[in-house]
Design a protein. Structure first.
Ligand code: ATP
Length: 142
């Protein structure tokens, strides 16, 4: 039996929004969460469920049954404190797999300590990919 994976995306900025949109387009079940009502409204017709909520509030995450999701993506970028606290709560609640967007090296260090399963730096990672693409197309130019 092919059981659909369930994802939750916390923070619907450019990064989280793009993850939410892509997973939804691929037919995945996605719960979209943001503290900003306008952002949530934007995703109401895209995600399976879209809710307004503060992810740093343990009771909000508990009431959404976040523990039952296979994979949670924390895409709160600028508010490092909220990102760390949210990740900590998700770990404590026993979420299986957590991906977090890091804003800088200090942020990453703390996320590692807390036990985030995957830490991404979208701008840095994309810069590396593009540089490598440039290098490989240069090789072909010779
Ligand atoms: P990006 O770089 O991905 O475009 P952004 O600059 O649009 O991000 P950020 O400030 O990084 O926005 O935050 C991403 C989203 O996280 C925002 O939509 C913001 O409302 C949301 N957010 C911030 N704090 C919380 C929180 N405590 N709970 C839920 N969502 C939050």
């Amino acid at each position: 039996m092919n059981v659909k994976k369930q994802y939750a995306v916390i923070g619907l900025g450019r990064f989280g929004g793009s993850i939410c949109r892509t997973l939804s387009e691929q037919g995945m079940e996605v719960l979209a969460i943001d503290i900003d009502e306008d952002r949530v409204n934007e995703f109401a017709s895209i995600a399976s469920y879209a809710v307004v909520g503060d992810a740093t509030d343990e009771n909000v995450l508990k009431s959404l049954g976040i523990r039952n999701f296979d994979h949670v993506i924390v895409a709160i970028g600028d508010n490092i404190q909220a990102s760390i606290l949210t990740t900590l709560i998700l770990k404590e609640l026993g979420v299986q797999h957590i991906t977090v967007k890091a804003t800088n090296d200090y942020h990453e260090k703390v996320l590692q300590k807390i036990g985030a399963d995957q830490i991404v730096h979208p701008e840095r990672d994309m810069g590396e990919r593009i540089a490598n693409n440039l290098l490989s197309s240069n090789v072909l130019d010779y």
